[in-house]
Design a protein around this ligand. Structure first.
Ligand SMILES: [Zn+2]
Length: 298
């Protein structure tokens, strides 16, 4: 384990512990959440060394890598994924003309498959070998591992997307710098993140599935993400919700609390989260649309 005494994004102190939680999804191991007083990002502390992160993903149930959608959760997930993909496509195609898209953390490839069928040139990056092979075999996509990122040409993508990916990446600053270099000067960067200030996050506290420690190393409040974007030379041009996430995250959170039936119990907090966010914009998950600008630093 790596114990952090400075903020892993801006390098500042002081940092303070704000929560004690655990890996309810898989190992049951305990972790703390700390918040940086300077840039406001919340981060998992201690966190596994970069080399040992893989073991926390080593489960058949990790849905984004689950190629067979067996069971109730799997079927719901699959149905919502289809709706979500159409929604994501609409949002992106309204902001930018057809071109080249790079999806980092492309999973089993459904999103890229959709874009490809709409006439886009697609490329994916996916660290999970099984997910990668599934996408290549089933959708005939071009998907590489993370090393492949280094081999991409600079200024070559019109759109780069990271759907619930940035929070998993230990060296988030470096990754964003790399992504910016690959993006065309007027390119669109799309980053979706869970929101630890949403109603469902407050409601479930340490049980909130959006923390997903230690797979999620960072937990960006909307303000922390504004600070991060500015520091890295990115401007948020638009923010949109992922409303299904309130239901999915609340469902998992109810399961972690061992409440039954979890799906039914999740309905009211999830519905309330979306209703309240209707006024505040504080949805369970947010999609940020960004463009490049001059970096300011922290
Ligand atoms: Zn910081």
């Amino acid at each position: 384990m790596e114990k952090l005494s400075n903020c892993p994004l801006c390098g500042s102190t002081p940092i303070r512990q704000i929560m004690h939680t655990k890996d309810y999804f898989y190992t049951g191991e305990e972790f703390n959440l700390y918040q940086c007083e300077n840039c406001e990002v919340i981060f998992t502390n201690p966190r596994p060394e970069a080399g040992s992160l893989g073991k926390y993903y080593n489960t058949k149930n990790y849905l984004s890598h689950n190629t067979k959608n067996n069971g109730f959760t799997g079927r719901i997930y699959s149905l919502l994924r289809k709706k979500n993909i159409r929604y994501k496509y609409k949002l992106i195609s309204h902001l930018t003309p057809k071109g080249q898209i790079l999806d980092i953390g492309s999973g089993t490839g459904e999103l890229l498959d959709y874009f490809k069928k709409e006439g886009w040139t697609t490329r994916g990056i996916e660290p999970n070998k099984k997910a990668r092979e599934f996408a290549v075999k089933n959708y005939n996509l071009t998907i590489g591992d993370e090393n492949e990122l280094e081999r991409q040409e600079e200024n070559s993508f019109d759109v780069i997307t990271l759907w619930h990916v940035l929070e998993h990446i230990p060296k988030a600053n470096e990754r964003i710098e790399k992504v910016k270099r690959l993006l065309k000067s007027n390119g669109l960067l799309v980053i979706a993140l869970p929101n630890p200030t949403s109603f469902d996050a407050i409601h479930y506290g340490a049980y909130w599935a959006g923390y997903d420690v230690p797979r999620h190393l960072f937990h960006f409040t909307p303000q922390a993400f504004v600070n991060f974007s500015k520091a890295r030379g990115l401007k948020i041009i638009k923010t949109k919700p992922l409303k299904f996430d309130a239901y999915y995250v609340s469902y998992l959170s109810e399961k972690y609390k061992q409440n039954h039936p979890a799906l039914l119990r999740a309905t009211i907090p999830a519905w309330r989260s979306n209703l309240m966010a209707n006024k505040t914009g504080n949805y369970s998950s947010l999609i940020y649309f960004l463009k490049k600008e001059t970096p300011t630093g922290y």
